[in-house]
Design a protein around this ligand. Structure first.
Ligand SMILES: O=C(O)C(=O)C[C@H](O)[C@H](O)CO
Ligand SMILES: [Mg+2]
Length: 402
């Protein structure tokens, strides 16, 4: 069996997606996602100029060997561009493998460990009152877990506060837009949001919060401690994690569960965090961390330390990643939760998929493969549109982490 062609399809049905379609001499094809928000074309070039020419003629059934070939063979390891390209190939090959086996992907991974996958949605508002209302709307939709973000008085466009309610999309301009940040103001305000949420809705729902890399380790420890009475499911990305040791300090001071890893690309980014039990949830996902082949290694390492998965699932992860992640989540023994930011109807139409939402859970169907396809004719109607994530500056102009 041979790979006969591989094509990159770029489409923008409301936001940009990069998709890889691998075809074989046996008529079976596979689809993988390679989207890197705000840097899409770098992955397109990596795939078209450096990956596709190497894999034509290879046996698509050897997905492990092809993964190693692309990882070791490049000599230049890791990084978001390389690992997304590898992930796209890997997911397309698993899709092909499952189709050849006439099985839904989760069966090939080891079968069902659960009926459905608990997801969390994004509730946000300009201030506490608006966010409390937004959380109520998610509860009414049946969600069991909700991430809550609020604007902070005196801070221009604090992280997570979108214009729309259901379809929050941070990549919003042809050049990065400017947002503000003030840690002191956020530290004073955010705990009040959770106090109000628990007062209003009680303790039956899981609440989550994303610090989006804004706090220093000491400030992060303060926030974790201040949030303890409100019993969060997790506090995410509370400080940047390039220095994995930084989490030791936070961990010593708070029992608020910690999640990290949506920008991780390999097991090496998470190794110390996992082995020292400095986190509770690992957020690495299929498209970010080298596909199924690599993500399952991360999950296995995490399972030794009772750390559970919490795959990233923002809108920049295409339905191909969402569908594949749901198969992974349906199987992985140490599953925690899955993020679910809804795509627009236009995106859902371009990527027909076999997963559905009911009462706070997502369910994959039994379509063979990962169950997500791309309507190429429709995709062609939505040409690439440059879009960037915002940047953040402090009041005095200092560049900060967005
Ligand atoms: O979904 C989250 O938790 C995020 O932090 C979303 C990210 O900002 C987004 O995926 C960036 O592309
Ligand atoms: Mg996040």
């Amino acid at each position: 069996m041979k790979i006969t062609s591989a094509r990159v399809i770029v489409t923008c049905p409301g936001r940009n997606f990069v998709t890889l379609k691998i075809e074989t001499d046996q008529g079976v094809y596979g689809i993988g996602d390679a989207t890197l928000n705000g840097r899409e074309k770098a992955v397109v070039s990596y795939l078209e100029d450096h990956v596709i020419p190497c894999i034509i003629g290879m046996d698509p059934r050897n997905s492990e060997d092809i993964w190693q070939y692309l990882y070791r063979g490049a000599y230049w390891r890791r990084g978001p561009v390389t690992m997304r390209a590898i992930a796209a190939v890997d997911v397309a090959l698993w899709d092909i493998k499952a189709k050849m086996a006439n099985m839904p992907l989760y069966q090939l991974l080891g079968g069902r460990s659960r009926d459905g996958v608990m997801v969390y949605g994004h509730a946000n508002g300009g201030d506490i009152a608006e966010t409390v209302d937004a959380v109520g709307a998610y509860i009414d939709m049946g969600y069991k877990a909700i991430r809550a973000q609020t604007g902070v008085p005196g801070v221009k466009d604090a992280y997570g506060v979108g214009r729309g309610k259901l379809f929050y999309e941070p990549a919003d301009a042809a050049l990065p837009s400017l947002t503000g940040w003030d840690t002191r103001k956020a530290l004073n305000y955010v705990p009040k949001l959770f106090e109000k949420l628990r007062e209003t809705y009680g303790f039956d729902h899981h609440l989550l919060h994303d610090g989006h890399h804004r706090y220093s380790p000491t400030e992060a420890a303060q926030l974790g401690k201040a949030l303890e009475p409100y019993s969060l499911f997790w506090l995410e990305d509370v400080t940047p994690a390039e220095n994995q040791e930084a989490f030791k300090l936070i961990r010593q001071h708070t029992t608020t569960p910690l999640a990290v890893g949506e920008i991780f690309n390999t097991i090496w980014d998470a190794k110390d965090l996992i082995q020292n039990q400095l986190i509770d949830y690992i957020r690495a996902t299929i498209v970010g961390a080298g596909g199924i082949t690599h993500l399952r290694r991360i999950a296995d390492l995490a399972s030794l330390y009772q750390i559970r998965t919490g795959c990233h699932g923002a809108t920049d992860l295409s339905p191909v990643t969402m569908g594949t992640a749901l198969h992974f989540d349906t199987w992985v023994p140490n599953f925690g939760i899955q993020e679910y930011m809804r795509h627009t109807p236009e995106t859902d139409e371009v990527f027909p998929h076999d997963y559905s939402f009911d009462q706070g859970m997502l369910y994959v169907g039994d379509t063979v493969g990962h169950g997500v396809d791309i309507d190429e004719k429709l995709a062609a109607k939505y040409p690439y549109k440059p879009a960037y994530l915002p940047v953040a500056r402090l009041e005095d102009g200092t560049m900060w982490n967005w």
